[in-house]
Ligand binder design. Structure first.
Ligand code: ADP
Length: 642
């Protein structure tokens, strides 16, 4: 049957053109990785076919012997990587090869700097895949036919990587995909049999599928040449081998295959779990965060196998969302092969595999934190923000997760989070009952907040929480080792036993003395504040805002509003420092208009210093300028902002 070719020439997405240029230049020193990427794709296609064939044997078309072939044609200067896996339809070719379907692509391009060395690292992190063919080839042809479709459904895709590609329908008897690389003139080495074998060994030995190359033997006596298929890799699942038999290099190569990552992993753990349920897990922590890490729904990192057969990689059941940075495999010995997504959701075995896996990961992190703190710090830098979600996601392991958290604090005022809750508790002062923290939008805002003044004066440590997720963490982590976590921006300053008698008396005395001033300020600020009161939490600042004991923290309120939620406006409490000269001077202010202006300026300043936004910033600036003029040029008239 002949096929209507239906040839089309289509343009790449602009990003692909850019990606190709960048890749060819950046990865040239490591060019043989193209073979790893193509073999990896072929092996994934075989895995997918095997899984789909579990419910539809017909897809094998009578040939369940899955393989990858690598062949060379020296005359045409081509290198072909062929598989009899699942194959693709025309639509799939256009979607998978002509566009970059990966999430985070735009972010990736935005993060490019033009600095070669840095961009080279980034491109590895992005995962280069099929396009790496263009590092060595000036023309790439992909011919594919989907399993279960007739021969007339073949598709041929060709491109020289210059900005467009052509696609046409062809007749293709063989199911699966072949990628034919027309090598650039300087890439002769990939036409050499021994060179190819060594690259396959190096990068793809762990691939479970046989990778075969033709072996040509000549019988001198009979003057006969025979061509046999020879398997060039070990073709056993790496994780089924004993730990002692696997080299570090092999672990790393396998990681690059499962994670589609160019860099070596930070850490791996390989365990065979025996008992009621038997399974093997081989997990990796990448050394760098992928671009789509923030997307809680994107969880394709861990693949599920049942007795060496790939089942799926896109499921939420294997690990909780806060561990979505993990990569690797779980291979179960006792799940049924024909397991469906629906069954997975309510499966006791899966639940036990999941909780066992989480425990293994937590132990690995605990070991890393105590034995290799620098490596742990690098883990924290990449994944800390996601890992913190564990406080919310994983109630059962909350205490263990809490111990693994790292924070900034006034202990060292360092912007790199290195403080543990255990360390904080050890340093707590005698009589200190609570773990104090402040939340703010940035590290600087947290570190310089007026609320910390009294704590610094008394040498009390305060955790400086400045990441968005922290707001959620503290709403769930209310206690650690029996000590309550307490926000320093909420409620009355209560230092418990840490406040001495003299201070208490001074506060009470000041409250009496400043009562008229407090009332006057309240009259000016009106609805803007819930209350005005005297405070002793300040040493350098004249005033600050605090939230009511039971109200939401101001920074959480801003966060929710920014996320589009409607939050009822809660008015803050305005606290003034009776020992501050500015407060003393406005107490002396007799001019009613001027008093009002000063009170408004103080309020806006307090709002600014805790990272809040002014309703009318221009009015604040003009008010400040006016007041300044009245001081420096007392004769000038006070023009009030409208
Ligand atoms: P990645 O493998 O990281 O997804 P690639 O650019 O290598 O990125 O491949 C894009 C997609 O093209 C793959 O996800 C797969 O769906 C499809 N693909 C690539 N090679 C093959 C192949 N040999 N057989 C079937 N599908 C393939």
């Amino acid at each position: 049957m002949t096929v209507e070719a239906h040839q089309e020439t289509l343009g790449f997405q602009t990003e692909i053109k850019q990606l190709l240029d960048l890749m060819i230049h950046s990865l040239y020193s490591n060019k043989e990785i193209f073979l790893r990427e193509l073999v990896s794709n072929a092996s994934d296609a075989a895995d997918k076919l095997r899984f789909q064939a579990l419910s539809d044997e017909g897809l094998y078309e009578g040939d369940a012997n899955l393989k990858i072939w690598i062949e060379v044609n020296k005359e045409n200067r081509t290198l072909t990587i062929r598989d009899n896996g699942l194959g693709m339809t025309r639509e799939e070719v256009i979607a998978n090869i002509g566009t970059i379907a990966k999430s985070g692509t735009r972010e990736f391009f935005k993060s490019l700097t033009g600095d070669q060395a840095r961009d080279t690292q980034l491109i590895g992190q992005f995962g280069v895949g099929f396009y790496s063919s263009f590092i060595v080839a000036d023309q790439v042809t992909l011919i594919t036919r989907k399993a279960g479709f007739g021969a007339e459904h073949g598709v041929k895709w060709t491109s020289s990587g210059e900005g467009n590609y052509t696609i046409e329908n062809v007749t293709q008897n063989q199911r699966g995909t072949e990628v034919i690389l027309h090598l650039r003139p300087e890439e002769d080495e990939f036409l050499q049999d021994y060179q190819l074998r060594s690259v396959v060994k190096k990068y793809s030995d762990h691939i479970m599928l046989p990778i075969v190359m033709p072996k040509i033997t000549t019988d001198q006596e009979k003057n006969e040449t025979t061509i046999e298929e020879e398997v060039v890799n070990s073709a056993t699942a790496l994780w089924t081998r004993g730990k002692q038999e696997i080299t570090e290099e092999e672990y790393k190569e396998f990681y690059k295959h499962v994670a589609h990552d160019f860099d070596a992993p930070l850490l791996w753990l390989h365990n065979k779990v025996e008992g009621t349920h038997e399974y093997t897990l081989l997990f990796y922590i990448p050394s760098r965060a992928p671009f789509d890490l923030w997307d809680r729904n994107n969880r394709r990192g861990v693949k599920l196998y049942v007795r060496r057969v790939f089942i799926m990689d896109d499921n939420d059941q294997l690990l909780p969302p806060y561990l979505r940075f993990m990569r690797g495999i779980i291979d179960s010995n006792d799940l049924p092969l024909n397991i469906s997504r629906e069954i997975l959701q309510h499966n006791k075995q899966i639940e036990s595999i999941r909780s066992g896996s989480v425990k293994k990961i937590l132990s690995a992190l605990e070991n890393l934190a105590s034995n290799e703190p620098e490596k742990y710090a690098s883990f924290w830098k990449e994944f800390g923000r996601v890992f913190k979600e564990g406080i919310i996601d994983d109630f059962g392991n909350r205490e263990r997760v809490a111990k693994l958290l790292r924070f900034c604090s006034t202990h060292d005022d360092n912007a790199v989070p290195a403080i543990t809750l255990d360390g904080y508790v050890e340093r707590m002062k005698e009589g200190q009952e609570k773990i104090y923290y402040i939340t703010a939008e940035t590290f600087a805002a947290a570190k310089n907040s007026p609320h910390l003044e009294i704590f610094r004066k008394k040498g009390l440590e305060v955790l400086l929480l400045h990441e968005q997720v922290d707001e959620w963490v503290v709403t769930h982590l209310t206690e650690f080792q029996g000590k309550k976590l307490h926000s320093v921006t909420k409620g009355e300053l209560d230092l418990g036993q840490l406040q001495d008698e003299i201070e208490k008396q001074a506060t009470e005395k000041a409250a009496q003395e400043f009562k008229p001033l407090v009332e006057k300020i309240k009259a000016v600020l009106g609805e803007k504040v819930k209350e005005v009161r005297i405070t002793h939490r300040l040493t350098h600042s004249p005033a600050c805002l605090v939230a009511d004991e039971h109200a939401m923290d101001a920074s959480l309120e801003r966060l929710l509003k920014a996320a589009g939620q409607t939050i009822p406006n809660s008015s803050p409490i305005f606290e003034i420092n009776p020992e501050h000269p500015i407060i003393a001077s406005i107490q002396q202010e007799n001019d009613g208009e001027r008093f009002k202006e000063w009170a408004l300026i103080l309020f806006d300043q307090a709002l600014l210093s805790e990272g809040g936004q002014l309703d009318d910033p221009a009015a604040f600036v003009s008010r400040l300028n006016q007041m300044w003029m009245t001081i420096t040029q007392p004769a000038s008239r006070l023009i009030l902002p409208g």
